[in-house]
Design a protein around this ligand. Structure first.
Ligand code: AMP
Ligand code: ZN
Length: 462
């Protein structure tokens, strides 16, 4: 039985589907005005793990993710600027080119850490009509008001607006913005925009569409409600995102969706904790971030980053250091080294499979699941049985072990020759020469282990 922490109820609950065996899953995707960093990747690996856990429980996952490819004002972090338009101005590219460039970077980054693509990827700019349709519904139900600058959601009409975060309405973090767009006609600072008109501050906004109320562009939150309901229905099983989305973005998604449909929008809200650097959130605005290409340029395997993420629970903060990544790299290399010599998968080890399943189904306790994996590896079962179980586990872990399991590294003939020469030198007591040859062999990517049966070579990192 799968149990997951639900932000809405603040409890770990048994996960039950609305329409078994289909599990509907919506993930807030990236805003494509800047590079994807490894902080984002922590959240997306977390989503990927969740999806794989659902699949392991034999649910049929229908997974939708949006791409926010329209500039918007989100939070204080953005200080009222539209980053996409600004990026275009600064780089001399069009807003569409900027969005495409960073979307490509996003896909490349997530693929490198073995994240499976959602079943449906929905771009905000391809769903303007759906967003307008939703605003029309909200208008009909009496939840909006219109000023000269924007259309707002009137939160005073929506009872229990802060139910997801449990905050009080005067809490600043629920979205009272100190942004540059001062709209004197706005009734409450907490009301949020559904649509901006291309007037005043936004007169030169490049991305704009016509609407029944006047030309402009959508506010950020409306796209997720519109696309989630379009593809997954009025009520969905699970919605995910980073914890920063709880008090504003997801709170607003609930308000818009439930005010339109009159039904509960999401059964389970799952939120991922942050990746930190020196105790601070890794973020675009703090410029304290690393991209995955920077990680690989330092010689790390991108899956070492994935392994590192697996060692922390998704609801705990994780402080990134190069030392912790090195430790993850060592563990992964060690794991690969061990399984290379294993026999063909056969039968399996039921107890370890059960323990693994119990760990992942206990609010996605991946650190415990990884510990179970190592217990399996160190156990006395035949390697063929361990192999079978390890591959089942790897369906969730996503470390691509199938590519390596039972496939010893081919030692190139040049290396074999050097090994022979070293052995001759060693036997004749010429340790200086044998040491020099050992170093040369290491440079070629192989380590020598002197076993009673003779020297054995293994790849340094593979
Ligand atoms: P954004 O493009 O800024 O909307 O971010 C995309 C996703 O990455 C959101 O779900 C964020 O919550 C998440 N995210 C951003 N920074 C971090 C971080 N440092 N650690 C974990 N997740 C993050
Ligand atoms: Zn969203």
């Amino acid at each position: 039985m799968l149990r997951i922490y639900n932000t809405l109820t603040r409890k770990i609950e048994e996960f039950k589907l609305i329409n078994p065996p289909i599990a509907t899953l919506y993930t807030c995707g990236p805003t494509v005005y800047d590079y994807t960093h490894i902080g984002h990747l922590r959240t997306y690996v977390g989503n990927d793990i969740l999806r794989r856990v659902l699949e392991t429980n034999d649910f049929e996952v229908k997974h939708v993710m949006n791409i926010t490819d329209v500039g918007h004002l989100t939070s204080d972090e953005d200080a009222g600027e539209d980053k996409m338009e600004e990026g275009a101005r600064q780089s001399g590219r069009t807003v569409w080119e900027v969005a495409k460039f960073f979307e490509d970077h996003f896909w490349k980054s997530v693929e490198t850490v073995n994240i499976e693509r959602p079943s449906i990827v929905a771009k905000a700019t391809d769903h303007i009509e759906e967003q307008i349709k939703l605003i029309k519904k909200l208008e009909k139900n009496g939840f909006i008001y219109i000023t000269d600058q924007a259309i707002y959601f009137d939160i005073s009409k929506f009872p229990n607006y802060t139910k997801l975060s449990g905050q009080s309405l005067d809490d600043k973090s629920i979205g009272v913005r100190t942004d540059v767009v001062i709209d004197k006609q706005k009734r409450s600072p907490v009301d949020f925009a559904l649509w901006f008109f291309t007037v005043g501050h936004f007169a030169d906004h490049v991305m704009k569409w016509s609407s029944p109320w006047g030309g402009g562009f959508p506010g950020w939150h409306i796209e997720c409600s519109a696309m989630a309901m379009e593809y997954l229905g009025d009520t969905i099983d699970i919605h995910t995102g980073g914890i920063d989305h709880i008090s504003v973005h997801h709170t607003n998604e609930i308000a818009q969706s439930e005010a339109a449909s009159g039904k509960q929008f999401v059964r389970f809200w799952v939120h991922h904790e942050f990746l930190l650097v020196n105790g601070e959130k890794m973020s675009k605005s703090k410029k304290n971030f690393y991209r995955i290409d920077e990680v690989t340029a330092k010689g790390f395997d991108p899956l070492a980053l994935r392994y590192l993420f697996l060692t922390a629970h998704y609801r705990d903060k994780l402080n990134f250091t190069w030392e912790s990544l090195q430790a993850a790299q060592n563990a992964l290399s060690n794991l690969r080294q061990i399984v290379r010599d294993w026999e063909e998968p056969k039968i399996g080890c039921a107890q370890f499979e059960q323990d693994f399943m119990a760990s992942i189904n206990n609010d996605l306790n991946l650190p415990q699941a990884v510990a179970v994996m190592w217990d399996l590896i160190k156990s006395d079962y035949p390697t063929s049985a361990k192999a079978k179980t390890l591959l089942i586990m790897d369906k969730v872990l996503g470390l691509n072990l199938e590519e390596i399991l039972g496939k010893p590294v081919e030692i190139p003939s040049r290396v074999k020759k050097l090994i022979e020469q070293r052995e001759t030198a060693r036997k004749s007591g010429d340790f200086k020469k044998s040491d020099k040859l050992r170093k040369e062999i290491k440079k070629m990517g192989f380590l020598i282990e002197d076993a009673p049966s003779g020297p054995k070579a293994r790849a340094v990192v593979n």
